[in-house]
Design a protein around this ligand. Sequence first.
Ligand SMILES: C[S@@+](CC[C@H](N)C(=O)[O-])C[C@H]1O[C@@H](n2cnc3c(N)ncnc32)[C@H](O)[C@@H]1O
Length: 375
Amino acid sequence: MTTELDARMRLGREVERTASVLSSRVVEAFLNVPRHPFVPVFYRRDGGVYRAWRGPGEGWLRAVYADEALVTEVDGVHAEDAPEAGVTGVATSSSTAPTLMAEMLDALDVRPGDRVLEIGTGTGYNAALLCHLAGAGSVTTLDRTERLTDAARERLGTAGFGPAVVRADGAGAYPDGGPFDRVIATCAVRRVPRAWLDRCVTGGVIVVPIGNALGGGAVVRLTKLRAGGAAGRFLHRPAAFMPLRGEDGGTVRAGGVARVEGRRRTSVVGARVLDDHAFSFWAGLALPPAVLRDGATLHDPTDGSTAHIEDHPGRPSTVTTSGPRDLWQPVETARTSWRRYHRPRREWLTMTVDPDGRQVVSFTAPDGWPTAWCL
Ligand SMILES: C[S@@+](CC[C@H](N)C(=O)[O-])C[C@H]1O[C@@H](n2cnc3c(N)ncnc32)[C@H](O)[C@@H]1O
């Protein structure tokens, strides 16, 4: 029979093995901080329905200590409040896959005594790891609903950790705190909010998932610079985090885009290219920030432009566009540059944030030719 300790040790070994080159302190945190108290109930997918799965039990314990994200809230319904029949919708809170958490914590480089801010408390498991790493330092973690922060606060307390757990909108005017030596977000943004930079000390580290329209996400590690800006580079690991949401709790969805009627043309770049997340991150940088994706349809709600791509085996794809702009054209151009530069990896990209707020992702080709995208 698998005990909780066996399961946790196995996860610790997995974190060490799969999460590239990690500091021993991060591995040690995963060995010492249990995950199960933070996810007593989580959802599993059963066809199109999310059903709550409550511990204890051997299968449940194995799932808790697997290297998988565990969904704990769907469209605002916490797994602990889920009806027997389950719920449908979009995941709105989860415990991130442990090896991805480990890589982000490693990049954050928390030292004993550091003051740390986390945006996206979720279950509280990452906050517990942060407390372990910061030792006598102080950790503040925030999330957007009391349902989430109350549960996390209680579980952190039971596990022996006492961070400040605050209900607040991470995007905006949450209670003043800090300054912080380390800032980490566990939800994705297109641009790093000014407040996160302002609350970080000069020389401090900020780790943030940058999401994009096409689905490929990546984590950037920035260092706050003396003049007020920040600079850094992306981690190798793909990271599709749920987005930072507005205070209304609304979830951004591309669904509901009407059937696209309009101009038709062919393209040698089919919708399948978007299945490669490294490419979709690269191509997404070239698209306007408001663009949404629903399968093979792209839509920009700001001007109504829409593109639908239909792939045909052995033949060029069909692109149907409407509105003022052809949204597939930047993806085609990105495909050409992607090939020319030998499929650039995320970690070859750098990012800068100017003190005036301009945020730029850059890539320098081996021949010195620069490419830059404004976020
Ligand atoms: C992947 S989960 C966080 C995982 C968490 N760190 C853990 O260890 O369980 C992302 C979290 O971001 C939160 N979030 C999304 N938008 C937010 C906002 N505007 N302000 C604060 N938190 C937000 C969600 O409610 C969700 O709990």
